[in-house]
Design a protein around this ligand. Structure first.
Ligand code: NAD
Ligand code: DAU
Length: 355
């Protein structure tokens, strides 16, 4: 038995592949384009593992997809591959439409072609699981109830619009062709191997180098934070037990403002690597800098995860306190990993975004 994952050299996909092979002997075929966000260093632990087959390629490449399905006949597809950074989508939306919309369409089409020729019993067992985001639901006011699976789609950034489009395609493939699909909409993840353009790894990275910690606008925007391994376990539950054609929201029950997140990170760093007495810094908090806001910045996201809890029995196992401590410790002990990905591309993005 084989599962095909896409984007498995990125943040969540690499954590998923590692966790999967910790718990199962089922082979993973991992298709990744290795964009700036994909990194073989994330899956170096799997390089000599015969249960992990890495394929360097694009989900938009129809002939490659056809070859992969013929050769590996996966019993399931889990689509992580995406352009995932909101700020980059504001800077250049086109590649987001290409990968997130056209790429998902091509993957759905290849899956359908494979699935329709399967024997009845295998056909029933096949799954296409699409990994999506809570951002498709738009922004909440301070006292509004959290997003449920039936909340209206109101994407506000080119990134979330592209993910919303891909969600609709997945739904349409179920409704029209009967493809056995599942969709998950998850809140903000954090943990090992996250590219340091996203808030949490960026702040840890900059603090350790005594560089400014940029906070957009007033820093009171709220996100619901989930430790990445909990997201991976939720995806496994949905793959195993989710009802076909259904959507499952996944969240961490951890609504926090950005400024609170940055204060927590600084507090942990002050304990673990106190600022040296010969520097002007007393605390990493001294590095906080309020900068120009993100255009169209969503104010609040929050997830009601009661459907996945009641139907599938999933709950996050980390609290924010335990997960964030593990994360900061991981970044401190994996500075080599960080240095390896601080390529020219990373530097030019940081220069452009924070000039
Ligand atoms: P990431 O940017 O870290 O990784 C994306 C991976 O996809 C990279 O390895 C990249 O090389 C690969 N990729 C990009 N374009 C590709 C293409 N055309 N063909 C094949 N591979 C391609 O992203 P992430 O944070 O790991 O997110 C994974 C998925 O989870 C995305 O679909 C994202 O929308 C969703 N998601 C992310 C979060 C979060 O907080 N990070 C939360 C909810 C949902
Ligand atoms: O909600 C799920 C989404 O979470 C995923 O779908 C996306 O792929 C993922 O990137 C993430 O999107 P966000 O835009 O919420 O994440 P980001 O880490 O970029 O920003 C988190 C918050 O921090 C957001 O309110 C913007 C703010 N921020 C971010 C950066 C990079 C800052 O204040 N300063 C910064 O420098």
């Amino acid at each position: 038995m084989t599962v095909l994952i896409t984007g498995g050299a990125g943040f969540i996909g690499s954590n998923f592949a590692i966790n999967w092979l910790d718990q199962s002997d089922e082979t993973i075929v991992n298709l990744d384009k290795l964009t700036y966000a994909g990194n073989m260093g994330n899956i170096s632990a799997l390089q000599d593992d015969g249960r992990h087959i890495f394929i360097h390629g694009d989900i938009e490449d129809q002939s490659l997809l056809q070859k992969i399905f013929l050769e590996h006949a996966p019993r399931a597809v889990i689509n992580f591959a995406a352009e995932s950074h909101v700020d980059r989508s504001i800077d250049g939306p086109e590649v987001f439409m290409q990968t997130n919309v056209i790429g998902t369409l091509r993957l759905l089409e290849a899956s359908r072609n494979h699935w329709k020729n399967l024997a009845e019993q295998e056909k029933d067992k096949f799954r296409f699981l699409h990994v999506s985001t809570d951002e498709v639901y738009g922004s909440l006011t301070p006292n509004a109830p959290p997003f449920v699976e039936t909340s209206r789609y109101e994407p506000n950034s080119p990134y979330s619009a592209s993910k919303a489009s891909s969600d609709h395609l997945v739904r349409a493939y179920h409704h029209t062709y009967g493809l056995p699909v599942l969709t998950t909409n998850c809140s903000n993840n954090y943990g090992p191997y996250q590219f340091p353009e996203k808030l949490i790894p960026l702040v840890i990275h900059n603090a350790l180098r005594h560089q400014p910690l940029p906070i957009y606008g007033d820093g009171l925007q709220i996100r619901d934070w989930l430790y990445v391994k909990d997201h991976c376990s939720a995806i496994c539950s949905v793959l195993d037990k989710g009802r076909l054609g259904e959507v499952y929201n996944i969240g961490g029950l951890n609504e926090k403002s950005n400024i609170d997140i940055v204060h927590s990170l600084c507090g942990i760093l002050d304990e673990l690597v106190p600022c040296a007495a010969d520097t002007p810094l007393k605390s990493y908090k001294d590095l906080i800098k309020f900068v120009k806001d993100r255009p169209g910045h969503d104010r609040r996201y929050a997830i009601d995860a009661s459907k996945i809890e009641h139907e599938l029995g999933w709950r996050p196992s980390e609290t924010f306190e335990s997960g964030i401590l593990k994360t900061v410790k991981w970044y401190i002990s994996n500075q080599e990993w960080v240095e390896d990905i601080r390529s020219g591309e990373y530097q030019s993005w940081i220069q452009k975004q924070y000039k």
